[in-house]
Design a binder for this molecule. Structure first.
Ligand code: BGC
Length: 764
């Protein structure tokens, strides 16, 4: 059983938590200084090769209670860090042994997958991304850090900032969506939240930018599959969030499982040696994903363990996790002259530097206290509220503010605490979770709720529960359908080839519709699903992703109008799986489709109307575009203006629009700015997000929303293999989503004799 299977851990935490043991806290003094670098060098000089390799090895095995073998190994410096291992008590004991009984007294570092919360679970990252609220996301990550560090976890393996454009991939749930700008902003917010103001604070959780790189582009959405990403696209899209987190001071990077352009990421010179260490000068820790080093053998890139270790070492990997090829083979690699000891020293230097930066070498006695749960829950409720996207609301059916009748609550996800938390919840407490059913019962009272799950879980194909559910719908005045995917249908190793509502859910919707009552579909899922028929039959659709601990309360707030939906899609929703990959920032073909091509069937398939880039059996447009989401109020956009129509490369262009809340509810709107360069040395996407703002507008309020565009916003990876700008004409939009908005244009003038070379923008 894998370490992060939720079932196992939901059972384990119950055993682990009661005995929270206080172990260790760093002082605030340990900043990396020349003095620290000297201490690191002194330590390295004193270390044996085994001790160096120990620091470079990360283990998952720490039984409860600690075995004599692991005690002994720690005493001998066999492990430098642990992953998802032990409980607070075991970690305390292991740390004590390392700090007092090992030869060099080098402290251990405990890492864990704190992905979207520790005990309090926030929406899955894809849901968080739908909030477009960097401040709130930062606050959520801070809350997770407070909970985790109180149990001596000082390193998390998040954020996952793999650009994800394929909903078949189960890990899209863990991603921040399809767009490099949005993922950069939100990934940085997570890093800041996890790490806090200083790594040296005892409540700081070192963050990891993962997975480096290209993992989100696995072919056919099949987990661990190959990725093929040309360098232009790699630099311009996939690497941008990684560079942003490097700039924000992320403590570590994790290599990815996939082979990128035929070379496994964990041995990839371009990624690790040239870009990360060379161009980006990253001196934090590079840790492999799980057993990614020996997996290079199965990839066909390494002959055996020694060869795999050699290939990971030569590109600058510092820590091998779980597998032990470094420890087992490095001595022979040294003896054969294939590697030098200075390579080990470099790795150890990065690892010890992180330990110093975290203050782990300082004497301390008290751990940070466990934070009160209320503050985290309040943040979780707010984030779940902001993460839900209203996709349909015919004739303002929602909110149900004045609803006085009975509600039928139907569906397998109305009352399933584990499922609503989504993937990666090792430390959650099921009893903390507020389900929609519980929240609705609290709000309306038991008598006004007729609950029928109808299906055992989201995959259930049986119609056995349909009759009871139909009867509940017939007795009610309106129906809430809780549909989607249960927890285990998304996440790592949970790719799907179909995107429809699984099991008999579509048939259930058809059956319940027979009652003729107005229906609202609330969809909880780890990915964009295709649910056209259910949406058609429903008056309103609220997409809440997997909303976490406070999901039920947030959904009830939204349904009854205590809160107004404000989320916007961080990823394009396809009409059918056959359109995948579909994303808004695509390039134009030489024969782009036009409005004339909309509507299926488009003419005669033998001689389709127009030989243009489209399908003959489905519209080329998505079901819901990137950036899309409705509100209970109405926002109007007008009066787009630009501070200049021509700019020089060092000018800042201001683009503004009036955004008016012309509806009756105070609400947030996420205003987006997109650009498009019409002609360039490398064809530019039809639109690219360059800025956004979540604004709160009272009913009737108008606000001028202004964005600034500077050189770096216009730069891209050009034909000359560098980031630069090229003079030319640009389109610009201020928009409520990627498929509409106010349009303007401007010209970037050529500098003195300039072409792409004129750019002084950063070259990485
Ligand atoms: C995942 C990583 C995760 C690790 C440890 C791997 O399978 O790809 O993202 O940090 O497991 O749980």
């Amino acid at each position: 059983m894998r370490h992060h299977r939720p079932g196992l851990f939901l059972t384990l935490f119950a055993i682990l938590l009661p005995g929270v043991t206080l172990i260790y806290v760093a002082s605030l003094k340990a900043q990396p200084t020349p003095g620290v670098e000297r201490r690191i060098d002194d330590l390295i000089r004193a270390m044996t090769v085994e001790e160096k390799l120990g620091q470079m090895s990360q283990s998952t095995s720490m039984q409860i209670p600690l075995s004599d073998q692991i005690r002994d190994e720690i005493r001998h410096g066999r492990w430098g860090s642990f992953l998802n291992a032990g409980g607070p008590k075991e970690r305390a004991e292991a740390q004590h042994i390392a700090r007092t009984e090992s030869r060099l007294k080098i402290p251990l570092l405990f890492g864990r997958d704190v992905i979207h919360g520790y005990r309090t679970i926030f929406p899955i990252p894809l849901g968080q991304a739908a909030s477009w609220d960097a401040d709130l996301i930062q606050r959520a990550a801070r809350a997770a850090a407070l909970e985790a560090t109180a149990e001596d976890i000082r390193w998390t393996f998040a954020p996952m900032i793999d650009i994800s454009r394929d909903p078949r991939w189960g890990r899209i749930a863990e991603s921040l969506g399809e767009d490099p700008y949005l993922a950069s902003q939100l990934g940085v917010a997570m890093v800041k939240g996890f790490q806090g103001a200083s790594l040296a604070s005892p409540t700081s959780l070192a963050a990891t930018a993962k997975h480096f790189a290209g993992y989100g582009a696995v072919e056919a959405g099949r987990e661990y599959n190959s990725t093929w990403i040309p360098e232009e696209l790699l630099r311009d899209v996939y690497l941008r969030p990684f560079l942003a987190t490097r700039d924000a001071g992320v403590a570590s990077f994790m290599t990815s499982f996939n082979a990128l352009n035929g070379i496994p990421a964990t041995g990839n010179r371009l990624l690790l040696e040239q870009i990360l260490r060379g161009e980006w000068k990253f001196n934090g820790v590079v840790v492999t994903d799980y057993t990614a080093i020996p997996e290079m053998i199965a990839h066909g890139y390494a002959a055996d363990d020694a060869d795999a270790a050699y290939k990971a070492l030569r590109v600058g990997v510092d820590i091998e996790r779980v597998s032990t090829t470094f420890f087992d083979t490095a001595k022979s690699l040294l003896a054969r002259g294939l590697i030098r000891e200075s390579q080990l020293d470099n790795a150890v230097r990065n690892i010890l530097r992180l330990k110093f930066r975290l203050g782990l070498f300082n004497d301390s006695t008290a751990p940070p206290p466990a934070p009160p749960l209320d503050a985290a829950r309040e943040t979780a409720r707010r984030l779940a509220t902001e993460s839900a996207v209203l996709l349909k609301n015919d004739n303002a059916f929602l909110p149900l503010a004045n609803f006085t009748g009975k509600l039928a609550v139907i569906g397998p996800l109305a009352d399933s605490p584990v499922d609503q938390m989504g993937t990666w919840v090792m430390d959650a407490h099921t009893e903390d979770v507020q389900t929609p059913l519980a929240a609705l019962r609290t709000r309306l009272g038991n008598d006004r709720i007729l609950y029928e799950p109808a299906l055992k879980n989201s995959r259930d194909a049986s119609h056995a529960g349909f009759a009871a559910a139909l009867s509940a719908a017939q007795q009610a005045d309106a129906v809430l359908l809780f549909l989607g995917e249960e927890q285990i249908l998304s996440g790592e190793a949970h790719s799907r080839a179909f995107l429809d509502l699984p099991g008999a859910q579509d048939a259930l919707v058809t059956e319940i519709a027979k009652a003729g009552k107005p229906m609202v579909a609330i969809i909880m899922a780890g990915r964009p699903l295709t649910f056209h028929s259910a949406a058609e039959k429903s008056r309103a659709v609220l997409y809440s992703f997997h909303p976490g601990t406070m999901g039920g309360a947030a959904i009830a707030d939204l349904l009854f109008g205590d809160a107004v939906p404000s989320g916007k899609l961080p990823v394009t929703f396809p009409r059918t799986v056959g359109q995948v990959p579909i994303y808004y920032a695509h390039l134009n073909t030489g024969r782009p489709p036009t409005a004339e091509d909309l509507g299926i069937p488009t003419g005669d398939p033998v001689n389709p109307v127009g030989y243009r880039s489209k399908y003959i059996d489905v519209d080329y447009t998505p079901e819901y575009p990137f950036g899309y989401g409705l509100s209970y109020t109405k926002f109007e956009y007008g009066n787009l203006r630009l501070s200049q129509t021509s700019i020089n490369e060092n000018d800042t262009l201001h683009v503004s629009a009036d955004v008016t809340n012309s509806g009756s509810r105070d609400a947030d709107e996420i205003v987006q700015l997109y650009i498009h360069q019409r002609v360039a040395s490398v064809v530019r996407p039809v639109r690219e997000l360059k800025a956004f703002r979540r604004v709160h507008l009272k009913s009737g309020q108008r606000e001028i929303v202004t964005f600034a565009l500077a050189k770096n916003d216009l730069a891209f990876w050009s034909e000359e293999n560098r980031f630069g700008i090229e003079p030319g004409q640009f389109d610009v939009w201020i928009a409520p989503d990627a498929a509409s908005g106010l349009h303007g244009e401007f010209t970037l003038l050529a500098g003195r004799g300039s072409t792409a070379k004129a750019s002084k923008a950063r070259t990485q």
